[in-house]
Design a protein around this ligand. Structure first.
Ligand code: GLY
Length: 380
């Protein structure tokens, strides 16, 4: 990618974030915008870590102390969230604590950040279910109607790989590795599309069935789920070096790329190839990060070129037609994402359709940073 274009795109992200620092100080942007404006919310949702991640990216890109100062305030909020046990019954502890506290520890060496992230890792392994060999995504542990994993969880595993590395305790690694093997075995279908969620029998641990929550229906491929699969397989591959994960990466990646519409930005479910359905630009941003990470671990020139080409095409589309500018009436960075669109066949709560979403903003900026600074060290 042209460095000037990347710099302009990153500058726009920083300008928008800087302009809105006071609006969100002491709080966080909501998961999704309304008319491209995020409400300010407390630290009580699965998505709060993404804003702190954006602040760290702004700090690393600009070197401006103000971004670090606010990011560190957020880190204190993440410690308090653990102390006060606010909305912690979720596998999304990885999303929350990797981008806030692990990032903080990696960038500043702050010990409190490290200890806080390790506490989050301890909570996360508590959701591991021996029967089935997976981390339970949602709800009360062992609840019959929630005895399942979801593909998104692959992004929560880096917190555990990191915890093993810093403590020398292999237990975290073993749980993450087992979960990744279980998840990829069952969520990838014959045609390499993916299930969003997969149920297991609570008594025996036997695999039961796939089902969607946020996709169009149980047999379709929710675009963001497929993107979590792309980035998620890489994040487990780079630590475990399990070649099966590399094979899985190419399967889910090829399905994603082959099912994009003409402008290279997916509809919210890959079942749609044309028409007026909303897009999910955040799925594209997540996928680009996966492609750029995977190419660092490949030796075959042909495969590296393929991933470069795919990443460039996806990124060009986002920069040219989906990115926000600081003159716009927006607090988000990336337009036209979809959080959850209700259909007669899924179980989600409808929210954030054709809006900015905070993780879309984060992954867009991470992808830009990866292209801008080749030696950038990820927070995962
Ligand atoms: N992890 C929830 C989502 O992608 O909407």
């Amino acid at each position: 990618m042209d460095q000037i274009i990347l710099k302009e795109a990153l500058d726009r992200c920083v300008e928008i974030t800087r302009k809105n620092l006071d609006r969100f100080r002491g709080q966080f942007p909501n998961a999704f915008s309304e008319n491209n404006i995020y409400k300010a919310i407390e630290n009580n949702h699965w998505t709060n870590g993404f804003y702190t991640g954006i602040l760290w990216l702004c700090y690393e890109y600009t070197g401006e102390e103000i971004f670090k100062e606010v990011a560190l305030e957020n880190v204190v909020s993440f410690k308090e969230r653990l102390d006060q046990e606010i909305e912690l019954e979720t596998h999304d502890l990885g999303f929350l604590y990797s981008l806030s506290c692990v990032a903080s520890y990696k960038i500043t060496g702050d010990e409190m950040s490290k200890e806080t992230a390790l506490r989050a890792a301890d909570l996360l392994i508590g959701r591991y279910r021996e029967k089935g060999g997976f981390i339970q995504a949602w709800g009360a542990l062992d609840a019959e109607d929630n005895y399942r994993l979801i593909i998104d969880c692959l992004l929560n595993l880096p917190l555990l790989y990191w915890a093993s590395e810093v403590t020398g305790d292999k237990h975290y690694y073993d749980i993450a590795y087992t979960h990744a093997k279980t998840a990829l075995k069952y969520v990838i279908r014959e045609d390499h599309s993916t299930f969003h969620t997969y149920f297991f029998d609570k008594k025996t641990g036997a695999p039961s069935h796939g089902a969607t929550c946020q996709g169009y229906n149980d047999t379709s491929a929710w675009a963001r789920g497929q993107a979590w699969g792309i980035y998620g397989t890489v994040l487990s591959y780079l630590v475990t070096k399990d070649e099966k994960f590399a094979e899985d990466f190419f399967k889910v990646k090829d399905y994603f790329i082959s099912n994009l519409p003409e402008d290279f930005v997916p509809y919210w479910d890959l079942i749609f190839k044309e028409g007026d359905e909303p897009r999910d630009s955040s799925a594209s941003a997540i996928a680009i990060c996966g492609l750029l990470e995977m190419k660092k671990h490949l030796v075959e020139e042909k495969q590296i070129q393929e991933l470069n080409r795919d990443a460039k095409q996806l990124m060009q589309a986002l920069i040219e037609n989906y990115s926000a500018s600081s003159e716009d009436e927006t607090t988000g960075l990336l337009y036209h994402a979809t959080y959850s669109k209700k259909t007669p066949y899924n179980t989600c709560t409808p929210e954030g359709v054709d809006e900015c979403v905070i993780w879309g903003d984060y992954f867009y900026m991470e992808a830009l940073m990866r292209m801008w600074r080749k030696d950038w060290k990820m927070y995962w």
